[in-house]
Design a protein around this ligand. Structure first.
Ligand SMILES: [Zn+2]
Length: 250
Protein backbone atom coordinates (compact mmCIF):
# COMPACT_ATOMS: atom_id res chain seq x y z
CA UNK A 1 0.00 0.00 0.00
CA UNK A 2 1.04 3.59 -0.60
CA UNK A 3 1.98 5.34 2.66
CA UNK A 4 3.35 8.66 1.36
CA UNK A 5 4.05 10.20 -2.05
CA UNK A 6 6.98 7.87 -2.89
CA UNK A 7 6.88 5.23 -0.14
CA UNK A 8 5.04 1.91 -0.10
CA UNK A 9 4.63 -0.87 2.47
CA UNK A 10 3.92 -4.54 1.78
CA UNK A 11 2.28 -6.56 4.55
CA UNK A 12 1.32 -10.18 4.94
CA UNK A 13 4.38 -11.99 3.61
CA UNK A 14 4.37 -15.27 5.50
CA UNK A 15 7.31 -16.45 7.62
CA UNK A 16 6.39 -18.89 10.37
CA UNK A 17 3.08 -19.04 12.21
CA UNK A 18 2.01 -16.61 13.67
CA UNK A 19 4.68 -14.40 12.11
CA UNK A 20 4.16 -12.35 8.98
CA UNK A 21 6.92 -10.10 7.73
CA UNK A 22 6.91 -6.71 5.99
CA UNK A 23 8.71 -5.32 3.01
CA UNK A 24 8.37 -2.02 1.21
CA UNK A 25 9.90 0.22 -1.39
CA UNK A 26 10.71 3.84 -2.17
CA UNK A 27 10.25 5.14 -5.69
CA UNK A 28 12.52 7.90 -7.02
CA UNK A 29 12.58 9.33 -10.55
CA UNK A 30 15.19 6.84 -11.76
CA UNK A 31 15.60 4.19 -9.07
CA UNK A 32 13.39 2.16 -6.75
CA UNK A 33 14.86 0.89 -3.50
CA UNK A 34 13.23 -2.24 -2.06
CA UNK A 35 13.58 -2.74 1.70
CA UNK A 36 13.78 -6.47 2.55
CA UNK A 37 13.19 -9.50 0.36
CA UNK A 38 10.62 -11.58 2.27
CA UNK A 39 11.30 -15.11 3.47
CA UNK A 40 11.35 -16.96 0.17
CA UNK A 41 11.37 -16.85 -3.62
CA UNK A 42 7.55 -16.60 -3.80
CA UNK A 43 7.43 -13.57 -1.47
CA UNK A 44 10.16 -11.92 -3.52
CA UNK A 45 8.10 -12.37 -6.70
CA UNK A 46 5.21 -10.56 -5.02
CA UNK A 47 7.48 -7.72 -3.85
CA UNK A 48 9.07 -7.43 -7.29
CA UNK A 49 5.62 -7.27 -8.91
CA UNK A 50 4.48 -4.37 -6.73
CA UNK A 51 7.79 -2.49 -6.96
CA UNK A 52 7.99 -2.68 -10.76
CA UNK A 53 4.35 -1.69 -11.31
CA UNK A 54 4.83 1.52 -9.28
CA UNK A 55 7.31 2.83 -11.89
CA UNK A 56 8.27 0.32 -14.56
CA UNK A 57 11.21 2.20 -16.09
CA UNK A 58 13.13 2.47 -12.79
CA UNK A 59 16.29 0.58 -11.96
CA UNK A 60 15.75 -1.64 -8.89
CA UNK A 61 17.95 -2.02 -5.79
CA UNK A 62 17.38 -4.11 -2.70
CA UNK A 63 18.59 -3.56 0.86
CA UNK A 64 18.39 -6.16 3.66
CA UNK A 65 17.70 -4.72 7.12
CA UNK A 66 19.17 -7.76 8.95
CA UNK A 67 20.56 -11.29 8.57
CA UNK A 68 17.46 -13.27 9.67
CA UNK A 69 16.00 -15.39 6.90
CA UNK A 70 12.51 -13.88 7.03
CA UNK A 71 14.10 -10.69 5.65
CA UNK A 72 16.63 -12.16 3.22
CA UNK A 73 15.20 -15.51 2.00
CA UNK A 74 13.90 -13.82 -1.17
CA UNK A 75 17.36 -12.48 -2.13
CA UNK A 76 17.79 -15.40 -4.55
CA UNK A 77 14.97 -14.11 -6.76
CA UNK A 78 16.43 -10.59 -6.94
CA UNK A 79 19.91 -11.92 -7.59
CA UNK A 80 18.54 -14.05 -10.46
CA UNK A 81 17.27 -10.80 -11.99
CA UNK A 82 20.68 -9.11 -11.60
CA UNK A 83 19.35 -6.64 -9.04
CA UNK A 84 22.07 -5.26 -6.69
CA UNK A 85 21.59 -6.25 -3.04
CA UNK A 86 22.89 -4.09 -0.19
CA UNK A 87 23.39 -5.20 3.39
CA UNK A 88 25.60 -4.76 6.47
CA UNK A 89 29.18 -5.93 5.92
CA UNK A 90 28.74 -8.66 8.54
CA UNK A 91 25.42 -9.99 7.25
CA UNK A 92 26.58 -13.16 5.44
CA UNK A 93 24.74 -16.42 6.23
CA UNK A 94 25.78 -19.97 5.39
CA UNK A 95 23.90 -22.65 3.46
CA UNK A 96 23.98 -24.87 6.57
CA UNK A 97 22.13 -22.20 8.56
CA UNK A 98 19.55 -21.86 5.81
CA UNK A 99 18.87 -25.58 5.35
CA UNK A 100 18.81 -26.00 9.15
CA UNK A 101 15.97 -23.51 9.23
CA UNK A 102 14.04 -25.49 6.59
CA UNK A 103 14.41 -28.50 8.91
CA UNK A 104 12.86 -26.46 11.75
CA UNK A 105 9.87 -25.69 9.52
CA UNK A 106 9.40 -29.43 8.92
CA UNK A 107 9.15 -30.02 12.69
CA UNK A 108 6.30 -27.51 13.00
CA UNK A 109 4.00 -29.54 10.71
CA UNK A 110 1.51 -31.40 12.90
CA UNK A 111 0.57 -34.20 10.49
CA UNK A 112 3.23 -36.93 10.38
CA UNK A 113 2.19 -37.82 6.81
CA UNK A 114 2.80 -34.23 5.72
CA UNK A 115 6.12 -34.16 7.61
CA UNK A 116 7.21 -37.34 5.84
CA UNK A 117 6.12 -35.85 2.51
CA UNK A 118 8.40 -32.86 3.31
CA UNK A 119 5.60 -30.40 2.63
CA UNK A 120 7.64 -27.57 4.22
CA UNK A 121 9.50 -27.55 0.90
CA UNK A 122 6.52 -25.75 -0.68
CA UNK A 123 7.71 -22.69 1.26
CA UNK A 124 11.17 -22.96 -0.23
CA UNK A 125 10.41 -23.56 -3.92
CA UNK A 126 13.42 -22.18 -5.85
CA UNK A 127 14.75 -20.66 -2.62
CA UNK A 128 18.44 -20.83 -1.74
CA UNK A 129 20.64 -18.54 0.36
CA UNK A 130 22.14 -15.50 -1.39
CA UNK A 131 24.13 -12.86 0.50
CA UNK A 132 24.22 -9.15 -0.43
CA UNK A 133 26.83 -8.21 -3.06
CA UNK A 134 27.18 -4.59 -1.83
CA UNK A 135 28.35 -4.27 1.74
CA UNK A 136 27.59 -1.30 3.98
CA UNK A 137 29.95 -0.33 6.82
CA UNK A 138 29.39 3.44 7.23
CA UNK A 139 27.09 4.53 10.03
CA UNK A 140 25.07 6.56 7.53
CA UNK A 141 24.94 6.07 3.76
CA UNK A 142 23.12 8.52 1.50
CA UNK A 143 21.67 7.34 -1.82
CA UNK A 144 19.88 9.34 -4.51
CA UNK A 145 16.99 7.51 -6.18
CA UNK A 146 16.49 10.39 -8.63
CA UNK A 147 15.20 13.53 -6.97
CA UNK A 148 14.68 11.43 -3.83
CA UNK A 149 17.42 11.27 -1.23
CA UNK A 150 17.31 8.38 1.22
CA UNK A 151 19.60 7.42 4.09
CA UNK A 152 20.61 3.96 5.25
CA UNK A 153 21.48 4.13 8.96
CA UNK A 154 23.07 1.34 11.00
CA UNK A 155 20.88 0.41 14.00
CA UNK A 156 22.46 -2.57 15.80
CA UNK A 157 20.55 -4.33 18.60
CA UNK A 158 18.08 -6.95 17.36
CA UNK A 159 21.17 -8.25 15.57
CA UNK A 160 24.57 -6.55 15.24
CA UNK A 161 23.84 -6.10 11.51
CA UNK A 162 20.48 -4.32 11.69
CA UNK A 163 19.98 -1.19 9.65
CA UNK A 164 17.08 1.04 8.69
CA UNK A 165 16.08 3.27 5.80
CA UNK A 166 15.09 6.90 6.34
CA UNK A 167 13.33 9.03 3.73
CA UNK A 168 13.85 12.60 5.06
CA UNK A 169 11.60 14.45 2.58
CA UNK A 170 8.60 12.32 3.60
CA UNK A 171 9.60 11.70 7.20
CA UNK A 172 9.29 7.93 6.72
CA UNK A 173 11.38 5.20 8.37
CA UNK A 174 11.60 1.52 7.45
CA UNK A 175 12.89 0.28 10.80
CA UNK A 176 13.31 -3.46 10.22
CA UNK A 177 13.00 -5.39 13.48
CA UNK A 178 14.38 -2.54 15.59
CA UNK A 179 10.66 -1.84 15.95
CA UNK A 180 7.97 -4.46 15.45
CA UNK A 181 4.25 -4.14 16.16
CA UNK A 182 1.83 -6.77 17.49
CA UNK A 183 4.63 -9.05 18.67
CA UNK A 184 6.92 -9.08 21.70
CA UNK A 185 10.34 -7.87 20.43
CA UNK A 186 12.54 -10.78 19.37
CA UNK A 187 15.50 -10.36 21.75
CA UNK A 188 16.58 -13.99 21.78
CA UNK A 189 19.23 -13.75 19.09
CA UNK A 190 21.03 -10.92 20.90
CA UNK A 191 22.81 -10.33 24.21
CA UNK A 192 22.62 -7.80 27.05
CA UNK A 193 25.30 -5.79 25.20
CA UNK A 194 23.19 -5.99 22.04
CA UNK A 195 20.09 -4.85 23.92
CA UNK A 196 22.02 -1.80 25.17
CA UNK A 197 22.90 -0.97 21.55
CA UNK A 198 19.24 -1.51 20.65
CA UNK A 199 18.29 1.23 23.16
CA UNK A 200 20.70 3.61 21.38
CA UNK A 201 19.22 2.68 18.01
CA UNK A 202 15.74 3.50 19.34
CA UNK A 203 17.10 6.88 20.46
CA UNK A 204 18.26 7.55 16.87
CA UNK A 205 14.71 6.90 15.66
CA UNK A 206 13.27 9.13 18.39
CA UNK A 207 15.61 11.97 17.38
CA UNK A 208 14.60 11.66 13.72
CA UNK A 209 10.98 11.89 14.89
CA UNK A 210 9.37 10.14 11.89
CA UNK A 211 5.72 10.70 10.99
CA UNK A 212 5.32 7.22 9.47
CA UNK A 213 7.19 4.06 10.38
CA UNK A 214 7.11 0.68 8.64
CA UNK A 215 8.13 -1.89 11.28
CA UNK A 216 9.78 -5.21 10.42
CA UNK A 217 6.59 -7.00 11.46
CA UNK A 218 3.10 -5.63 12.16
CA UNK A 219 1.13 -2.66 10.95
CA UNK A 220 2.44 0.69 9.71
CA UNK A 221 2.67 3.15 12.60
CA UNK A 222 1.91 6.86 12.47
CA UNK A 223 2.54 9.82 14.83
CA UNK A 224 1.87 8.91 18.45
CA UNK A 225 1.76 5.19 17.71
CA UNK A 226 5.49 5.35 16.93
CA UNK A 227 6.36 6.99 20.25
CA UNK A 228 4.24 4.43 22.11
CA UNK A 229 5.87 1.49 20.33
CA UNK A 230 9.36 2.87 21.07
CA UNK A 231 8.43 3.21 24.76
CA UNK A 232 7.05 -0.34 24.85
CA UNK A 233 10.16 -1.74 23.16
CA UNK A 234 12.37 0.12 25.64
CA UNK A 235 10.41 -1.39 28.56
CA UNK A 236 11.14 -4.90 27.25
CA UNK A 237 14.80 -4.00 26.69
CA UNK A 238 15.28 -2.47 30.15
CA UNK A 239 13.70 -5.56 31.75
CA UNK A 240 16.00 -7.74 29.66
CA UNK A 241 19.11 -5.74 30.55
CA UNK A 242 18.21 -5.90 34.26
CA UNK A 243 17.34 -9.60 34.35
CA UNK A 244 19.76 -10.83 31.65
CA UNK A 245 16.85 -12.72 30.04
CA UNK A 246 14.83 -12.25 26.88
CA UNK A 247 11.07 -11.89 27.61
CA UNK A 248 10.27 -14.94 25.49
CA UNK A 249 13.06 -17.16 26.92
CA UNK A 250 11.72 -20.34 28.49
ZN1 LIG B 1 12.06 -10.33 11.39
Amino acid sequence: MKISSSCYAIHGLFTLSPWVVNSGFIVGESKTLIVDAGANYLSAQTIFGYATSAREENELFLVNTEPHFDHIGGNCYFSEKGIPIYGHEGINRTSEEFYGLAEEFNKTITSSKRREAREEQTLFVNTHPVNPNHKISALRTTLDLGNKIIEIILTPGHSPQNLMVFVPSENVIYSGDTIIEGYIPNMEDSTVEGWKNWMKSLNIIEELDPGILVPGHGKVLRGNEITKQIELTKEYLIAGIESGKAPTAL
